[in-house]
Design a binder for this molecule. Structure first.
Ligand SMILES: [Zn+2]
Length: 203
């Protein structure tokens, strides 16, 4: 009876160490593939809730009423363990197709403030753009290939200015709208503050 129990114990230990080794092995085999796509688009940085003077002070020439344009580059990094038969994490052609369908076709030769459905009422700064791009690309890549996962995005606006994003804190960025504050918002904010100060004073 004692031998039976100890053999179970040994088997469990072996299984655990096997799992651990497989985990380590898969970390070693993790490969990051990168695909670059480009698009040309216009925009302006302008918060409609602010005065013209405040916008100009904050954004300078980027607030120019009649827009300005950039040749953007988007670098998408996907991670995964290469399939041994194909040698691929993900087919570059498929990845390119997804990036084009989800992003490029919607923004190329467009006005980012006016023409793009998923950017409506949002500030088209590189920071907001890259978060919105992540929200589109991450689920599309996962759906197309469960072995692959979006790992990193880089959005290059000019040679000297670019942003990177790795999906951190995405839950905080679900609503990036620039909607003007309404009376309803004010009530919500005040009741939120009251609740917070109430719970703090109880502590
Ligand atoms: Zn710009």
């Amino acid at each position: 009876m004692g031998d039976y129990k100890s053999s179970i114990f040994i088997r469990v230990r072996l299984d655990v160490s096997l799992q651990e080794r497989l985990k380590q092995k898969s970390k070693i085999r993790m490969v990051y593939i990168c695909r670059r796509e480009t698009f040309n688009a216009s925009h302006k940085l302008y918060n409609p809730n602010w005065s013209k003077a405040k916008n100009e002070a904050m954004f300078g020439v980027c607030a120019n009423e009649n827009w300005h344009g950039h040749n953007f580059e988007l670098v998408v990094t996907v991670k995964g363990i290469p399939d041994l038969a194909s040698g691929m994490v993900m087919d570059y052609k498929v990845l390119s197709k997804i990036i084009r369908r989800e992003i490029i076709e919607k923004v190329h030769y467009k006005n980012l403030n006016l023409d793009v459905d998923f950017l409506q009422n949002k500030m088209p700064s590189c920071e907001i753009l890259i978060i919105e791009f992540w929200k589109k690309l991450a689920p599309a890549i996962q759906e197309s290939n469960p072995r692959a996962q979006l790992h990193h995005l880089k959005l290059i606006e000019t040679k000297n200015n670019f942003v990177e994003y790795m999906g951190e804190g995405l839950e905080l960025y679900q609503d990036l709208s620039l909607h003007p504050a309404t009376a309803e918002d004010a009530v919500l904010i005040v009741s939120g503050i009251l609740k917070l100060t109430g719970s703090l004073s109880k502590k």
